[in-house]
Design a protein around this ligand. Structure first.
Ligand code: 2HA
Ligand code: ZN
Length: 270
């Protein structure tokens, strides 16, 4: 068996969460990540017949039966993951009936996965139906994105338009736009269902007054989506009330044509 502490998925998770913490996005226990792993990949590091304990999923995850996820722990701090991955992370496999998860590694202090587990798992189900290469769901609290969401309409077309108009990267990086949910109670099955519904159309979903979800086929891609929104929200907030030059519709459309991208409908006004 290879040393799991050297596994690329553990090393990369430590690096990514440390980076997110340093961006100022993940205060205290803010943020959570789930990363779907390949069975063959995990089998190099763990005996997959050895289940440490079981943890209820809190909803019916049967569509993910047998799938293995690396997931951040509830109440755990992103700042601590790199120095102690075995306490702050867990590797779980969804049971055949989808009602519990089998702990294969981690949560060493008796902990469990993030309180946002239903939103993560439902988002995986939604994205996998659209893109079989999908692997990562990333939730975080980026400062300027939340600030922009505080001063902007929760209409996702308006929110997406403001981003597309503020930075030419935006339409290229997320032509599918940003889904926006209103203020809701987090950690519930209800917010999970609402998030997954948005994930059918968008790879990024905003939780009003709370934070953002980004998805992708690897950690870099999910991070890159959120990073692009956050950078642009910073530009938007720095220029709020003073903007003279916003990107005209013909430039936004021209970029989408140049890169052969299908733009979210109804975002541009003309
Ligand atoms: O894990 O970010 O949404 C803490 C949170 C809850
Ligand atoms: Zn959160």
């Amino acid at each position: 068996m290879k040393d799991i502490f050297q596994a690329p998925f553990i090393v990369e998770m430590g690096e990514t969460t440390a980076n997110m913490y340093r961006q100022g996005w993940d205060e205290r226990n803010g943020g959570n990540i789930s990363y779907m792993l390949e069975e063959e990949e995990v089998a190099q590091y763990l005996d997959l017949t050895r289940v440490i304990r079981t943890i209820p999923t809190g909803f019916n995850a049967i569509k993910l039966a047998g799938k293995i996820f690396l997931v951040t722990g509830t109440g755990k701090y992103f700042k601590n993951i790199q120095k102690d991955p075995e306490t702050n992370l867990g590797i779980v496999r969804i049971s055949a009936d989808g009602t519990y998860a089998e702990l294969l590694w981690g949560y060493k202090d008796g902990g469990k996965f993030t309180s946002e587990f239903p939103a993560h798992m439902m988002s995986h189900i939604a994205r996998l139906e659209i893109d079989p290469t999908h692997r990562v769901v990333m939730h975080t609290h980026p400062t300027y994105t939340i600030a922009m969401n505080t001063v902007c309409s929760t209409d996702e077309r308006v929110f997406t338009r403001k981003l597309w108009q503020s930075n030419t990267e935006c339409v290229v990086v997320f032509p599918d736009g940003v889904g926006v949910l209103p203020s809701m109670i987090c950690g519930t099955e209800e917010i999970g269902i609402a998030t997954a519904e948005k994930m059918k159309e968008h790879r990024i979903v905003m939780w009003t007054n709370h934070g953002i979800y980004g998805t992708g086929k690897n950690l870099d891609e999910a991070f890159g989506l959120i990073e692009t929104v956050e950078k642009t929200a910073q530009i938007y907030m720095l220029t709020l009330g003073h903007a003279v030059n916003i990107i005209p519709n013909e430039v936004i459309r021209g970029l989408a044509t140049m890169w052969d991208l299908k733009m979210m409908e109804g975002v541009l006004e003309d």
